[in-house]
Write a protein that binds this ligand. Structure first.
Ligand code: FAD
Ligand code: NAD
Length: 460
């Protein structure tokens, strides 16, 4: 420490104000611990609120409205050609959606007496961090929670140009490019690819594996893949972009083995990496691996007894609700309570059209593990509710233990799958039997009946 440093002493210093960090801070404060959050942007919300979940879902809602208006032609309603004004669209997203939620989080922090300090934190030792920026200071703490999240992974060799976007830039919707190249057919490539396609871009997706959303059960991905085939100009699987060059009027991309194509913009969506650069972990006993990830145990403890880590910085799945659950666990453990991150069902939702959602054990994972499972499926073509919505392209499937009948996993594809998966997550977490779902009355006509129907198919 340097003479004259402003020194703050607290019980808990949380580094990073995303869903992992603010959940930890709110719970620490509720448990009577004096808590400060240090965030590079001096705000709560993190990637989730400013450059992730929330702005992308706002834009996907816009895409859904455009698609629904188009579909209405099927039953005789024509709203005409949509006229899209980007300024009001951006303003609505920034102020009415992101701004509203940001003000809410700031209000909660204030009401709980949590100070939010702006600046980047670097560990000086296991009980002190130094904050740079406009409010330079040293914060001494009994415990720290690292919740610094993740940043977009980069592809080497791409030109530094505003035409080459990561997800943060793409969410700004600076313009609607006539032709957009999306590198990566995962969560972001498909969600934002669908947003741009709905706004009018001709979207080409290049995915290096042999299918979209690698790792997800193929029968769940199939309806989404079919929709993407109709919506996008092209999908190249088993493909990579060999080179990207900026030219006078755009971008020239060489697609390996498929020649050169011209685009107006490129979205790079090839995964995210942990944000641990410059954190000074070498001054503590906590360590990051070669990919920057910090290893934690089920109590979110790092190798340093004073330091915890939660959220994306601890690895997959990099999802906001998993980060916030870990944040609450870390807070409880710091307060001396017997908490652990022992959730068996972390739901995952891809908010495309149709949505794809799953939780617990997937069929693909069971196959990889050589584990015997029973699969029950219900095709939405037989669902009254799906038919009234004009959407019979869905599927609900259950992964069940053949011996006990216990539900191990649930997968759903179709509109609203992201909401429906909550019942699956509760059932898997509570170790319910498939029979419990079959015997629970589900309101008619709803898409939730598909869970009951899938379960019933095991007993007929
Ligand atoms: P983050 O939200 O990344 O927050 C980390 C914070 O720490 C940031 O504010 C950062 O500025 C700050 N920080 C970093 N280093 C320092 C430092 N040294 N000092 C001080 N502050 C620092 N997940 C979902 O569950 N559902 C979705 O629909 C979803 N959609 C997404 C869409 C996109 C486009 C993206 C990119 C991500 C999406 N995610 C989604 C993932 C989700 O955003 C992350 O899993 C989640 O934000 C992780 O939370 P976190 O608290 O670990 O970190
Ligand atoms: P991702 O891991 O979901 O998908 C990346 C895709 O890029 C993969 O399919 C991969 O095979 C492909 N790829 C990698 N290198 C490539 C290359 N050189 N050329 C072509 N394809 C390549 O990653 P993402 O889409 O960047 O999203 C990052 C993370 O953010 C997600 O894994 C998820 O944790 C989170 N996220 C979640 C949501 C949600 O919950 N709805 C939405 C967006 C992001």
């Amino acid at each position: 420490m340097v003479m004259g440093d402003l020194v703050n002493e607290v019980d808990v210093a949380v580094i990073g104000g995303g869903p992992g960090g603010y959940a930890a801070a709110f719970r620490c404060a509720a448990l009577g611990l004096e808590t400060v959050v240090v965030d590079a942007g001096k705000r709560l919300g993190g990637a989730c609120l400013y450059e992730g979940c929330i702005p992308s879902k706002a834009l996907l809602h816009v895409a859904a409205v455009l698609h629904e208006a188009e579909r209405a032609k099927d039953f005789g309603i024509d709203f005409g050609e949509p006229r899209i004004s980007l300024d009001p669209l951006r303003k609505w997203k920034a102020e009415r959606v992101v701004g509203k939620l940001a003000r809410g989080l700031a209000g909660v922090a204030k009401s709980k007496g949590i100070e939010v300090v702006g600046g980047r934190a670097t560990f000086e030792d296991s009980h002190a961090i130094r904050i740079g920026g406009d409010e330079p200071q040293v914060i001494r703490f009994r415990h720290a929670v690292i919740a610094t999240g993740s940043v977009p992974a980069r592809l080497p060799g791409l030109p530094a140009s505003e035409r080459v976007m990561d997800s943060t830039a793409a969410l700004e919707i600076a313009e609607i490019p006539e032709r957009l190249l999306v590198i990566g057919g995962g969560y972001i490539g498909l969600e934002l690819g669908q947003v741009y396609a709905a706004l009018g871009s001709a979207v080409t997706v290049v995915e290096m594996t042999d299918g979209l959303l690698p790792g997800v059960d193929r029968d769940l991905v199939q309806p989404l893949a079919r929709r993407c085939e109709r919506l996008f100009a092209a999908i190249h699987l088993d493909s990579k972009v060999a080179s990207v060059r900026e030219t006078a009027g755009g971008i020239e991309a060489e697609l390996a083995g498929k020649g050169t194509e011209r685009f107006d913009r490129v979205l790079v969506a090839v995964g995210r990496r942990a944000a641990t650069d410059g954190l000074g972990l070498e001054h503590t006993k906590a360590r990051a691996d070669a990919r920057g990830l910090i290893a934690v145990d089920e109590r979110c403890r790092t190798a340093d007894p004073a330091i915890y880590a939660v959220g994306d910085v601890t690895g997959e799945p990099m999802l906001a609700h998993r980060a916030s659950r870990q944040g609450k666990v870390a807070a409880e453990v710091i307060a001396g309570r017997p908490a652990a991150f022992d959730s068996v069902a972390v739901p995952a939702v891809v908010f495309t059209d149709p949505e794809v959602a799953w939780c617990g054990l997937t069929e693909a994972q069971a196959q990889r593990d050589g584990r015997a499972v029973k699969i029950a499926k219900f095709q939405w073509a037989a669902s009254g509710r799906a038919t009234t919505l004009g959407r019979s392209d869905g599927l609900t499937k259950l992964v069940v233990d053949p011996e006990s009948g216990r539900l191990l996993g649930v997968g759903i594809v179709g509109p609203g799958a992201g909401e429906l998966i909550a019942e699956g997550a509760l059932a898997v977490e509570a170790a319910l039997l498939a029979e419990d779902l079959a015997l629970t009355i589900h309101a008619h006509p709803t898409l939730s009946e598909s869970l009951m129907e899938a379960a019933e198919s095991l007993f007929t």
